[in-house]
Ligand binder design. Structure first.
Ligand code: PAP
Length: 348
């Protein structure tokens, strides 16, 4: 979703315009339920989730061709739940001894989306079998994805690679998505009103929706295999980034040493990856992603609780009901505001 430029993808609205597809794939897409994304893209309902045909094809490609290394790290996120930030954090942790954390750091010169690339929205979008030796410069390899847990290849699940997942409360996620998609919509599509977009969101009709199914897939997997899958929430990172950097480094097998603690490395990384620092660097660079979307669109407000400026009481009520109904007795609590308050929707 994030990387798919509307004009490019709008070609997929018309299957005739696609490169020759194998019959099997074409049949699959044509027989899948179809709807439109908030940005006006055609979405297909495949194995319980919505995605564009191009992205689905990319997913199938990386299933076929990607051979994971045990050292790989997969960053899985629900769209608009802090992907850009999450790309920056493990990159900075894992590469911390390779670069000085100053203005020449690759994060500030290239940006998170260039350094940690999406599997389905970037590497495999236009090339079914990219040469990862040349495409992925840094080691260990870090890949980003929005795909649900059930879409991850078994080879990833069976290998030693680590998966870091992040979600966010669905109210802020929805507002972020609405702004993003209205600003990056297919030229022929009218912007959706908040009401229309909200209804679609609640019905799960956006890239890799429904939200709760995606979140629960990773939540359950992380409960079953906590050494392999780290489950993070945007609100927790906002509330206390330093301690989450420490646990992330520990999870990735590269804990901060006492020397590093004393030198303030944790705080330096937090600052380097902060919304302000990454946004400022992006404003100077005016970088465009290869797909044509300016990277600046990935930095809007970066706040918890912005939903309260937009959602009506009836929208909040509808989403609260959904949260309770969907999360049920899962043990997962989503934080609707930064500090734990009565606004938190806890599962039973
Ligand atoms: P993606 O999933 O589409 O790739 P993602 O980075 O999750 O993008 O979406 C951008 C959101 O992350 C924006 O949220 P907002 O609309 O509520 O403001 C953006 O501001 C936020 N964001 C980007 N970088 C950071 C950061 N370093 N710290 C905190 N939030 C960030």
């Amino acid at each position: 979703m994030s990387m798919e430029k509307a004009e490019i993808v709008s070609k997929s609205d018309d299957l005739e315009l696609e490169e020759p597809w194998d019959d099997e794939f074409q049949k699959l897409v044509q027989t899948s339920p179809k709807d439109r994304s908030l940005a006006g893209l055609d979405l297909y309902f495949y194995q319980g989730f919505w995605c564009t045909s191009r992205v689905l094809k990319a997913v199938i490609s990386f299933h076929k061709h990607l051979r994971p290394f045990d050292s790989d790290v997969i960053l899985a996120t629900v769209p608009k739940c802090g992907t850009t930030w999450l790309k920056a954090l493990p990159f900075s942790i894992l590469c911390r001894n390779q670069f000085a954390r100053d203005e020449n750091h690759p994060l500030l010169t290239f940006g998170p989306h260039q350094l940690v690339r999406f599997l389905e929205y970037d590497l495999y979008l236009n090339n079914p079998c990219p040469d990862l030796e040349t495409e992925c410069v840094y080691r260990p390899r870090i890949f980003s994805t929005h795909v649900p847990y059930s879409f991850l290849p078994t080879s990833f699940k069976d290998s030693g690679c680590k998966i870091v997942f992040a979600c966010r409360n669905p109210m802020d996620m929805f507002i972020s998505l609405w702004f993003f998609q209205n600003n990056n919509r297919v030229e022929s599509a009218e912007p959706l009103s908040l009401d229309e977009a909200f209804d679609k969101f609640c019905r799960g009709i956006y890239e890799f929706g429904p939200f709760f199914d995606q979140v629960l897939g990773y939540w359950k997997a992380s409960q079953e295999n906590p050494d392999k899958i780290l489950f993070l929430q945007y609100e927790d990172l906002v509330e206390d980034i330093n301690s989450h950097l420490r646990s992330l480094a520990m999870f990735l097998g590269v804990p901060f040493t006492e020397d590093e603690e004393q030198q303030g490395v944790v705080e330096e990384i937090a600052k380097l990856c902060s919304f302000e620092s990454l946004k400022e660097a992006e404003m100077k660079k005016k970088g465009m992603h290869a797909s044509g979307i300016p990277n600046s669109v990935f930095f809007r407000k970066g706040k918890v609780g912005d939903w309260s400026n937009y959602l009506t009481p009836s929208m909040v009520e509808r989403l609260e009901k959904l949260i309770q109904e969907k999360l049920g007795d899962s043990g997962l609590t989503l934080k609707l505001s930064c500090k734990t308050t009565s606004k938190d929707i806890a599962s039973a």
